[in-house]
Design a protein around this ligand. Structure first.
Ligand code: PLP
Length: 392
């Protein structure tokens, strides 16, 4: 085990599948053509992009014209928030957005930007398991509300919201509903029609695809009269909605990863859920004063988030890495700040509790043997750190 890297940070990014790398290689080297060309080599590539849209549409139960390729999940989120708000600048009758306090920074920071432009943001509360309160959502929607955005599955604590009920509420109230599906897509079944989702953001590198590619689903035929301005103007790509030469290799790589993920979803979910629960139970049983963050049942099959009393999560991460174990304290984007996680504070943890938390996110390559080794090292490190802890 000593030289083997034990990668337990799959919410941060995943290793691309071999098939993904192979297909990308082909479209970076042999068939590198620009899909906008009129010659057959380009047209062949364009056809593959259209087919890719179709494949994603089949997975999501939507129309292929509702899929728009973007550069990442962050862009997809920015597009929704900024593209909708642009229609309502200086309009006091429609200036309100509702989000949860456990959104990703790409949404929280967008909202801060929009607040500076005069928009009003309501952050709902979440309970200690990480769920929003559906009555609170209902009560906060007014005639001024232009968008509700609630994260599908949280990137730190893995909690899966009741998207079906949230979608129903937004439908009843006639308000647009966006969900950040970056951690959910590839890991959970998502039927955008049944769930009444108007916008869904997805990122390729969270389910075995490449980094720097994503897509946005939005319902072009919604009877809610969606007005979404472009975020990136340019050529006529993506039905004139998102300029820029298509990232062909990455689009094909991402869609290959989506196909692999959904073809194996049931089997993978079963394996990961069992491995996750084995790991959670072993840690909670064998390490005193350790507690699970986030709901036990409605959580992503690969997500574990545990807090340890009297310990700094950052120290744990660094000491585990001496044994080639990779995990994290929270979201990758905020790991270079010393601020406690807004998600853990959102579920009501005190600063020191939030600081003492560790996120372990699995993938199907992880084995029970690796988990046993990881927990053996974790126990030793927790014991050592507690002996010298000034918090104790
Ligand atoms: N939303 C969530 C929930 C995420 O976990 C992430 C990445 O960690 C993003 C958005 C951003 O995605 P990307 O890295 O593709 O910009």
């Amino acid at each position: 085990m000593d030289n083997e890297v034990i990668y337990l940070d799959n919410a941060s990014t995943t290793k691309p599948y071999k098939e993904v790398v192979d297909i990308m290689n082909k479209y970076l080297t042999e068939d590198f053509y620009n899909p906008s060309g009129v010659y057959k080599q380009s047209q062949n590539v364009k056809k593959l992009i259209d087919d890719s849209r179709e494949k994603l549409a089949n997975i999501l139960n939507c129309n292929s014209k509702d899929i728009f390729f973007t550069s990442c999940g962050t862009e997809s989120n920015n597009w929704v928030f900024k593209g909708i708000s642009e229609n309502y600048i200086n309009n006091k009758e429609k200036n309100h957005i509702i989000i949860s306090p456990i959104e990703h920074h790409s949404i929280l920071h967008c909202c801060e930007h929009l607040e500076r432009l005069g928009f009003k943001i309501t952050k709902l509360k979440v309970d200690s398991n990480g769920f929003i309160n559906l009555n609170e959502l209902k009560n906060n929607i007014t005639d001024k509300t232009m968008l509700v955005s609630i994260i599908f599955a949280n990137n730190e604590i893995g909690v899966i919201q009741n998207i079906e009920e949230i979608g129903k509420i937004c439908k009843e109230k006639g308000v647009l509903f966006h969900t950040d599906g970056v951690q959910a897509f590839g890991h959970l079944n998502i039927d955008v029609k049944n769930l009444n989702i108007d916008f869904l953001s997805v990122s390729g590198h969270k389910f075995g695809g490449p980094k720097g590619i994503g897509f946005l689903y939005f319902n072009n035929n919604s009877n809610k009269n969606i007005k979404l301005e472009n975020l990136i103007d340019g050529g006529g790509q993506e039905f004139k909605r998102r300029g820029g030469t298509e990232n062909v290799a990455s689009i094909l790589g991402m869609v290959k990863a989506a196909e692999i993920s959904y073809n194996n979803l049931e089997k993978n979910t079963k394996y990961l859920t069992n491995l996750r629960d084995y790991c959670i139970n072993k840690i909670l049983n064998e390490i005193p004063e350790s507690y699970l963050n986030g709901d036990k049942i409605n959580r992503l099959p690969n997500n574990i988030n545990i807090r340890f009393s009297y310990i700094e999560g950052e120290s744990l991460v660094l000491m585990l890495n001496k044994y080639n174990i990779c995990c994290s304290t929270g979201s990758a984007c905020s790991s270079n700040t010393l601020e406690p996680s807004h998600v853990l504070l959102g579920i009501g943890l005190k600063h020191e509790e939030a600081h003492g938390s560790l996120r372990i996110t699995l993938n199907i390559d992880n084995t029970y043997k690796q988990i046993d080794y990881f927990i053996e090292k974790l126990k030793e490190i927790v014991y050592k750190l507690r002996q010298i802890s000034p918090l104790k």
